[in-house]
Design a protein around this ligand. Structure first.
Ligand code: FE2
Length: 267
């Protein structure tokens, strides 16, 4: 992280309420409306169920306490208000404490389709529905605990497992591919692409492979890893993930399936 963000999180008042502007609320509305049209038949059932439980408002940005009431009841999770960018230590400490960090800003219209920093639409609409799912919630908690105890180098490997599950994970179901990764579910372009692209590869997830697969954050993913049900996340959480991290470090990374990022665009 350590980068600059052009965004600044809005601060809650003493009651924890954030005073979103009319434009913020309008952007939220338009993002939700667009995404709700795209996800049926593409998002997994667990996600759709979580969305129903959360019952997010469409005409305004939700307040964190509204989301917390549902997460707390379902899985004991909370969302935590954070600045636009936080250090890795803080990120892992929060997850280890069943607190999902949410930067309280929303993208501008200029970045309506894509932005690199995760905004409140990505965090709440993308991730929170799955945080009502016990297997997903447990896996994310375990990841936080491991990351908190890990060295910076180990964290870089761990981050790939998170990337190919929590952010860009797909389910391979009897009805076809379904999405559970929040990075996909908060992006209309990638929601379509992850399911329908003929060029993207999809492979059954082996955690060791995911730990060794390089990724770029600024392109559609050339490869997605699939699991058969969210229940599988319980099994993965029970594996010796740190032993696999060390194995991955010894074996090294796979060849990237994407071109290198242009140097003058280094972010
Ligand atoms: Fe995310």
């Amino acid at each position: 992280m350590g980068k600059q963000s052009k965004y600044v999180s809005r601060q809650p008042d003493a009651q924890g309420i954030i005073d979103w502007s009319a434009e913020d609320n309008a952007v939220w509305h338009d993002l939700v409306e667009r995404q709700l049209k795209i996800i049926p038949g593409k998002a997994c059932d667990e996600y759709m169920h979580g969305l129903e439980l959360l019952n997010l408002p469409q005409d305004r940005v939700p307040q964190l306490h509204e989301v917390n009431a549902v997460l707390e009841r379902e899985t004991g999770w909370q969302v935590a208000q954070v600045p636009a960018l936080i250090p890795f230590d803080e990120f892992f400490r929060l997850l280890a404490n069943k607190q999902f960090p949410v930067a309280t800003f929303i993208r501008t219209r200029e970045e309506f389709d894509y932005l690199q920093e995760p905004d409140i639409f990505h965090e709440i609409f993308g991730h929170c529905p799955l945080l009502t799912n016990p297997a997903f919630a447990h896996f994310t908690h375990k990841y936080g605990q491991l990351g908190l105890a890990a060295t910076p180098k180990e964290r870089v490997y761990l981050a790939r497992l998170y990337w190919f599950t929590v952010e860009f994970g797909l389910l391979s179901t009897a009805d076809g591919l379904r999405i559970y990764g929040g990075g996909i579910l908060s992006s209309p372009g990638e929601t379509e692409y992850a399911i329908n692209s003929d060029t993207a590869e999809r492979k059954p997830l082996k955690p060791l492979d995911a730990l060794r697969t390089p990724y770029r954050i600024d392109i559609m993913q050339p490869i997605y890893y699939t699991i058969e049900s969210t229940q599988q996340l319980f099994e993965i959480a029970d594996m010796d993930i740190m032993a696999m991290v060390h194995e991955a470090m010894e074996l090294g990374l796979f060849e990237p399936k994407f071109p290198p990022k242009p140097k003058n665009d280094a972010a």
